[in-house]
Design a protein around this ligand. Structure first.
Ligand SMILES: *Cc1c(COP(=O)(O)O)cnc(C)c1O
Length: 440
């Protein structure tokens, strides 16, 4: 790719001064770093005005495109009154309104919102809360956590303990708490002739066998509902969540639902767990919560959990804090995001959008190198056969040459576009991906 001096200078400075996330920096001796000068809608523009379709929503956070006028206006307005104040002993309108509105999205079932600044912190909060609840309830032996094979819940030490992605976890294994992984209901792992639902039921049986034996020592089961993202967009039947809910009730284990990626409409309903008609005990939210503008996470809990901490004794309280807890600007961006869901009837309009995208992907789905083409809400994924080593990096680079930002996970290519992607942009995404497959 030809790059101008402006582009080259910025990427050289970035390679020197910035330690980029999830990256072996040496690869950037050959792999380009794209200097983003500005962004609008679904498009990122580099310093030369070259454009890239943000088909992964800037790491799954952006919902309504870049520079969304209504979120911009809300933030400008918020800047005139309050940018931030500490949340211990103080409060403000944006955090109160956001808490009320998030709770309303659960039908009031989860009535209390705790705040963090990112997804991994939300996982930490959920795990600590669950353990502390059982301790307050006179059950201090409930200290263990169960997660699904292939799960991803963040990369701080506690969150990494319940994560099951070898690439991120193995190096740090000596630092991590043991946790248990039960089989994933991922339908690709079903035996030939076994339906996704039957596979989910069989996996729930495995969970049952584990809880039957270990419930006395188990505090919580943590799951990504319907789609396990970071392991490669593994999708599963909602029946698993229904059964997990029943088992967690029967064995007195918290069900922690991590909707950090799946929340805010990504799987076709506002929250993914709503497709199973269940209520979690603890719900983790982040990523899309601010429309992709500012870091924020929230952990919602039932009254029952909240009340177990409510006491004259200080240490029965949840003494966890982050400096930026409940940041007013982030909360205001989240409120503007919720407004857009109502104003634009986003969940309904995404249904049509997803259907049109599936039609546009018809040739892709049957391409001889494509395996297990799948869709859930506004997520599409497939594996590429005979991908070979280094496929992800090569495909990423080739996609940039086709004006696409695509970042495969192993040999899994996925689309997770902003919800404002137009029909023309979807056609461009599907068509150019097909070209890339032919060339790769
Ligand atoms: C991204 C993600 C996290 C971690 O969020 P960060 O903000 O990156 O720390 C946790 N759980 C799931 C399901 C995620 O997709």
């Amino acid at each position: 790719m030809q790059t101008s001096t402006r582009n080259t200078v910025l990427l050289t400075r970035s390679r020197t001064a910035v330690w980029h996330p999830c990256t072996q920096m040496k690869q950037h001796e050959t792999l380009p770093i794209i200097p983003v000068a500005r962004a609008q809608g679904c498009w990122l523009y580099d310093c030369d005005g070259r454009r890239y379709l943000d088909a992964v929503s800037s790491w799954w956070v952006n919902l309504f495109g870049h520079a969304e006028p209504r979120i911009n206006a809300a933030l400008v307005d918020q800047l005139q009154t309050l940018e931030h104040a500490m949340l211990a002993g103080f409060t403000h309108e944006p955090v109160v309104r956001l808490s009320e509105r998030l709770s309303a999205q659960t039908g009031g079932a989860l009535g209390h919102c705790f705040y963090g600044s990112d997804g991994a912190s939300a996982t930490e909060i959920a795990l600590k809360m669950s353990f502390h609840y059982w301790r307050n309830a006179g059950r201090p032996a409930k200290t263990e956590f169960v997660s699904l094979a292939g799960s991803y819940h963040g990369e701080t030490l506690g969150a990494l303990s319940v994560t099951d992605v070898a690439l991120f976890k193995d190096t740090y294994a000596p630092l991590l708490r043991q946790s248990v992984q039960v089989p994933s209901p991922d339908w690709r792992q079903a035996a030939p002739g076994v339906s996704p639902r039957a596979h989910a039921v069989a996996c729930a049986k495995a969970l049952e066998r584990h809880l039957e034996q270990h419930h006395a020592a188990t505090a919580a089961l943590i799951v990504e509902p319907l789609v396990q993202g970071a392991t490669g967009m593994a999708m599963y039947d909602a029946e698993y969540l229904r059964q997990a809910r029943l088992l967690c009730d029967r064995y007195e284990v918290h069900l922690v639902v991590d909707e950090i990626m799946t929340g805010f409409g990504r799987t076709g309903s506002f929250f993914a767990h709503q497709q199973a008609a269940i209520t979690p005990d603890i719900l983790c939210l982040s990523k899309g919560i601010t429309g992709g503008y500012l870091p924020l996470s929230s952990v919602l809990v039932t009254d029952r959990i909240y009340e177990a901490f409510y006491d004259d004794e200080v240490t029965r309280g949840f003494l966890h804090s982050h400096s930026y807890t409940g940041n007013a600007l982030a909360c205001r961006a989240a409120l503007a995001t919720l407004d857009i869901f109502d104003e634009d009837r986003v969940i309904e309009s995404n249904r049509g959008r997803a259907q049109r995208m599936n039609e546009l992907c018809r040739s892709l789905a049957v391409h001889p190198r494509v395996r297990d083409f799948r869709n859930c809400g506004m997520i599409w994924a497939f594996e590429v056969a005979d991908a070979g080593p280094g496929f992800g990096r090569r495909f990423f680079e080739a996609a940039l040459g086709h004006e696409l930002l695509l970042r495969p996970i192993g040999n899994t290519v996925y689309f997770m576009p902003p919800y404002v992607i137009s029909d023309d942009e979807m056609a461009l995404l599907a068509g150019r991906t097909l070209e890339l497959l032919a060339a790769a």
